[in-house]
Design a protein around this ligand. Structure first.
Ligand code: ADP
Ligand code: ZN
Ligand code: ZN
Length: 732
């Protein structure tokens, strides 16, 4: 038999199927070791054949099978074909998504414990018959085991003579037994039946989700009890003997959320997220593969959970940008979910308080079933959002970053013993360094993006390549010493709050303070247990946390995300405001939101303060239609990058010429087509060019033509990197 194998090397010229002579134990989907070049590497068997074009003397043989069972199912093989075609990916890059990364290359294995016990023939006998008088150490460990019945070999080695243990094992006096030990996160959370009784609204929502023949969009305001609806649907799914996948944005995978799942589903749930150790992640994944766990909860990549017979896929916070992978392999989680749902006959529910215009539009057009949860479970009012015009503050002589109303509200909040959240849109975004005299802005020499000032280290840093630069004393351009460090960053806010309220305890949460594993969970835990009065943070404080004592939310500069060069900027701003506002007054205490802006008359603020999602949606969808953006078009981008600028230019020229030919044959399908430098002209010394197009949506044939062009360009210029993207979140 000839096995068809995909080898674990991510390079375009090996992105094909290789033939190998099969060996015993190899099945379709097996992970195997194969000789490749001068070494052995991992690969995946995707099928078998009788014939090969490889001459017999050149045909190599599979070296060994790596796992006790095939790990790539038929469904995954089909998914791999679908993803490579839809997103223009290398097969191996898709395969790599299917396994925990550390498992590849044998870096991590099941944790095994060796248990030692006395062989039955030696228990009743006089030990002097088989242990010499002089062998005191052997007698010691024998007597210990006689008493203890069995023990971990590593324990015996550590507490007795390892040589004695080895000797007794080799003579058959001691027998050993290997046992798998599972590293389970949140293991000590006991399962308790804390199911709530659903409201009528929630029950109706769950009924619809479980009976709809289309995906369901669950549009429920913050605090409307969407999580309980998901839990209920998962329970029903498990009862019917099927499995479930629940996706949440990475940032919302808080201990709170994980506890809820563990305590509701016990060992039936496997948690997959970046905070786990490699061992934990591997074991959780194994439990899903072997059927020991039937619910996978995790971020984007949990959509690849090795479950069979899936009955339900939940995508919570469906509008969240983290569901689109923005580095290789680039894929859209929703599309993968739909594929798996189709393959398994599973239900899909996507939930949000602020659905993406794309999803709401699809629901309006009948592609999804729309279910609303318009009321909060606890009947609390949504907090009032007060808009503060920062331009007016400046005319009053206040040019700082805190308006008078925000300071007053903070003061009242702290005096009452409540907690506050201060939200800053995107970390470091404006903490660039600028010369006040000539306008010079410090940029990274390699990446052409503004450097960010890091006060704690007094250095400038590039956030794309991490290159560090000394802080400027003089402007390199005009020699002026009037250097202004951008006025915003979470550090600056903390500094200001400290000045105004020296006694307040503050927690800062941003990419800097949450770099280590679990740091972000720890900070949130500290805040919710009352160890701080004010939480200052970026996007990561906005998502799904329930803090009973928070009565004030301050949005420091709401405009920040409004002026991004991105067609979804306004939508993102609306989502952010709604989400952050949802953090105030979750329980009995009424909450208040203060929103500072330099453009108070922008329509996004009018709708956001009125909590009018539908009003906002209507305005936005009309604008998108008028301007020809998704969902009315599909944005396709071919991104070409290369160290050599001329090569990048030549490759881009070839791409645009070929695509122009395609567009001349399909004039009606192309709304926009052009080639240019990418907004970030360079990243890590690579020059970046792009061909940007907008085409009519769902034109599969055009997409595949474009992908062929990309392949052609890669073949002609092997030294370039070339990616294609569909409706990317970030066009930088
Ligand atoms: P959402 O995800 O829609 O923002 P949650 O699911 O977090 O809302 O629910 C908000 C709060 O209401 C949670 O504390 C949850 O435990 C509680 N809750 C939800 N449903 C019920 C119910 N049927 N009865 C009592 N409490 C509920
Ligand atoms: Zn200057
Ligand atoms: Zn850089």
């Amino acid at each position: 038999m000839i096995a068809k194998v995909i080898v674990d090397i991510s390079a375009s010229d090996v992105d094909r199927v290789f033939d190998y002579k099969s060996i015993d134990g190899v099945e379709k989907g097996s992970r195997v070791f194969v000789p490749f070049g001068r070494q052995n590497i991992e690969g995946y068997v995707i099928g078998f054949t009788e014939h090969t074009d490889v001459p017999p003397e050149k045909l190599k043989q599979i070296v060994s099978v790596l796992d006790d069972r095939p790990i790539v199912s038929e469904e995954f093989l089909a998914l791999c074909d679908y993803m490579t075609a839809r997103f223009h990916l290398r097969k191996i890059d898709v395969f790599r998504l299917l396994l925990p990364s550390k498992m590849r290359g044998g870096k991590i294995k099941a944790l095994e414990k060796t248990s030692v016990y006395i062989g039955p023939d030696y228990i009743e006998q006089d030990p002097n018959l088989f242990i010499k008088k002089s062998a005191h150490s052997q007698m010691e460990v024998y007597e210990y085991l006689l008493d203890a019945k069995d023990a971990d070999q590593s324990y015996l080695n550590a507490n007795f003579s390892a040589a004695a243990v080895r000797n007794l094992i080799s003579r058959g006096v001691f027998l050993t037994r290997k046992e798998n030990v599972l590293r389970t996160p949140y293991k000590n959370i006991v399962q308790k039946d804390n199911a709530v009784t659903l409201t009528d609204e929630q029950t109706a929502a769950a009924d619809t989700i479980m009976s709809s023949d289309r995906p369901t969009l669950l549009f429920g305001v913050t605090g409307s009890g969407k999580t309980e609806v998901y839990l209920n649907c998962i329970e029903r799914t498990l009862k019917s003997g099927k499995t479930a996948i629940m996706l949440v944005p990475e940032i919302s995978l808080t201990p709170q959320v994980m506890r809820i799942f563990r305590s509701r589903f016990g060992d039936d749930v496997a948690l997959l997220h970046s905070g786990l150790s490699d061992g934990e992640r591997f074991d959780e994944w194994r439990r899903l593969l072997t059927g020991a766990a039937r619910v996978a909860v995790g971020a984007r990549s949990a959509i690849f959970a090795p479950l069979t017979d899936i009955g339900l896929i939940v995508i919570d916070e469906e509008h969240d940008t983290s569901y689109v992978s923005e580095s290789n392999p680039r894929y859209i989680t929703r599309d993968v979910a739909f594929f798996r749902a189709e393959a398994n006959g599973a239900k899909v529910v996507m939930g949000s308080a602020t659905p993406s215009t794309e999803s709401y539009y699809a629901a309006e057009r009948g592609k999804y079933t729309l279910v609303r949860l318009p009321h909060r479970v606890n009947k609390c009012e949504m907090p009032e959002i007060q808009i503060v015009n920062m331009c007016k503050e400046v005319t009053y002589g206040n040019s700082g970053m805190f308006s008078e109303p925000l300071v007053t509200a903070l003061d009242e909040c702290l005096k009452a013993g409540n907690q506050a959240i201060l939200f800053l849109n995107r970390r470091g975004y404006s903490s660039f360094v600028m010369c006040k005299k000539c306008g010079y802005v410090a940029k990274c020499e390699d990446c052409d993006v503004s450097l960010v000032y890091h006060k704690e280290e007094n250095i400038l840093k590039c956030h794309y390549c991490q290159r560090r630069y000394a802080m400027l004393d003089l402007c390199p351009n005009c020699k002026s010493s009037h250097i202004k460090q951008g006025f915003m960053g979470t550090e600056r806010i903390v500094e200001q709050v400290n000045k105004m309220f020296p006694q307040a305890r503050i927690i800062r949460m941003d990419n800097d303070t949450t770099r280590t594993k679990d740091a972000h969970l720890k900070l949130l835990g500290d805040f919710s247990s009352g160890n701080a009065d004010i939480l200052v943070g970026t996007q990561m404080v906005a998502k799904g946390h329930d803090f009973a004592n928070v009565t004030l939310v301050g949005i420091i500069d709401a405009d920040m995300s409004l002026h991004f060069s991105d067609f979804r900027a306004v939508e993102r701003t609306f989502q952010l405001i709604t989400q952050v506002a949802g953090r105030a007054g979750r329980e009995q205490k009424p909450g208040k939101v203060i929103l500072q802006t330099y453009t108070p008359r922008h329509y996004v603020y009018r709708f956001a303060t009125a909590y009018d999602y539908e009003g906002f949606y209507t305005k936005e969808i009309n604008l998108l239609q008028a301007t020809g953006f998704p969902p009315f078009t599909e944005i396709l981008r071919v991104l070409i990058s290369c160290e050599n600028e001329q090569t990048a230019l030549d490759a881009t020229k070839l791409a645009i010429d070929r695509i122009r030919e395609i567009s001349s044959e399909h004039v009606d399908d192309f709304i926009y087509l052009n080639a240019m430098r990418a907004p970030k002209k360079r990243i890590q010394t690579k020059h970046r060019m792009q061909v940007l197009m907008r085409i009519k949506p769902e034109r599969e044939y055009i997409r595949s033509e474009i992908y062929k062009v990309a392949d052609e360009v890669i073949a002609a210029f092997p030294q370039i990197t070339c990616f294609t993207e569909i409706n990317p979140n970030d066009l930088s």
